[in-house]
Ligand binder design. Structure first.
Ligand code: DAV
Length: 372
């Protein structure tokens, strides 16, 4: 084996028995983990919150209600959406796995900080970076999400026993040294800035997105350059890690900004993706601008923006799961040669995120290839 050959190719591939095998967003999906709504707690207000909560009118809500359960009616509606998503996946022949329940309402503490509660197991995409045959537990920048990987331990152990590699990135301290002091979120028009310092490596798994041998990642309110460098070195030489430049007042995760849907098709947010890496144009990819979301401006959103519309999930190179109501993007997908499958999801999006956030693909039928 020469150093330029993928180390993983020997162990992986469509015929390999490893239960974990995923290199991109579009190979035929076989197995996926989908988050659960049970036990979800309103995220407690913490140092990182002003950087991630877009709507300042919600700050008081989080300060007073954070750490309590969401109203049962909101949870019931969110659960109806996520179960509709699971139903579609299963009907399409995909194996769906779920995290374990966990007492998110319990207080947590580390030397130097404490909080009244954790959050939820709504969004596995943020917690586990699954790439090739390995699962990487992300070093998350939210203190309230410090123990979120506990909900996935049984699954990780099972996948490990089945042959997958399983590793945790260095566990962060999340002391005051990780956050810029007196941080104020940028306004539209100001120069890009984020709350994180480079004191220690930090990223959420959803800050990165796979595209075969190339992985794209962007700095955000939960991803710093130290985190990107850690991942770059950890994944070399099998994968090339590229940083994507974003322009976003409250940057969080790459998957509502930059989403390679299928070979030759890159979906981008019309303004957040400050510069599409040259690689795509050189390789002849189509750069598809996501149309304005259809979600009514009045729809309540506590965790993300209406642009969660572009947070879709590919079942294969053609079929894409998209929120019911997003007519403009549905029409665009059809024009771009995709087959949209719509699923009610606005009520899940109220407290969580999109289909991509709410899941993490564990196995797709395919091999490591270069698309760029
Ligand atoms: O538009 O609020 C959310 C991304 C979640 N993974 C947004 C970005």
């Amino acid at each position: 084996m020469t150093p330029s050959e993928p180390r993983s190719a020997d162990r992986q591939g469509s015929t390999g028995a490893c239960p974990v095998n995923t290199f991109n967003e579009w190979d035929p999906l076989e197995e996926i983990v989908v988050g659960i709504v049970e036990d979800a707690v309103i995220p407690p207000w913490e140092t990182i919150s002003p950087a991630v909560v877009h709507d300042k009118t919600q700050w008081e809500f989080f300060k007073s209600e954070g750490g309590k359960r969401w109203p049962p009616e909101m949870l019931r509606k969110a659960e109806r959406d996520i179960e509709a998503f699971v139903h579609i996946l299963e009907a399409e022949g995909v194996t769906v796995r779920r995290p374990e329940r966990f007492a998110w309402d319990q207080p947590l503490a580390a030397p130097g900080w404490s909080l009244p509660s954790s959050c939820y197991a709504l969004m596995p995409r943020d917690v586990l970076l699954v790439i090739g045959d390995q699962i990487i537990e992300a070093p998350m920048g939210w203190r309230s999400r410090f123990f979120e990987h506990h909900a996935y331990k049984s699954l990780c152990k099972e996948y490990f026993r089945g042959g997958a590699r399983w590793i945790s990135a260095p566990r962060p301290e999340l002391s005051g040294a990780s956050y810029a002091p007196d941080f104020v979120a940028m306004e539209e028009g100001e120069e890009q800035r984020t709350i994180l310092t480079d004191h220690e490596p930090l990223f959420d798994a959803a800050d990165a997105i796979k595209c075969g041998r190339d992985l794209f990642i962007a700095q955000s309110s939960c991803c710093n350059t130290f985190g990107i460098e850690w991942l770059r070195r950890h994944l070399a030489p099998d994968f090339r890690v590229h940083e994507v430049e974003v322009y976003d007042t409250h940057p969080m995760h790459i998957d509502a900004t930059f989403l390679p849907l299928a070979p030759g098709k890159l979906l981008v947010h019309p303004t957040r993706c400050a510069k599409v890496p040259d690689l795509f144009e050189k390789a002849g990819w189509d750069i598809l601008l996501c149309p304005e979301p259809d979600m009514p401006l009045t729809h309540p959103m506590y965790n993300c923006s209406r642009w969660i519309s572009m947070n879709v999930l590919m079942l294969d190179e053609e079929r894409v799961i998209i929120a019911q109501g997003e007519e403009r993007l549905i029409a665009a997908f059809k024009k771009w040669g995709l087959t949209p499958i719509s699923c009610p999801f606005y009520d899940f999006e109220t407290i969580g995120g999109g289909f991509h956030c709410a899941s993490v693909d564990v196995r797709r039928r395919g091999t490591l290839q270069s698309y760029l």
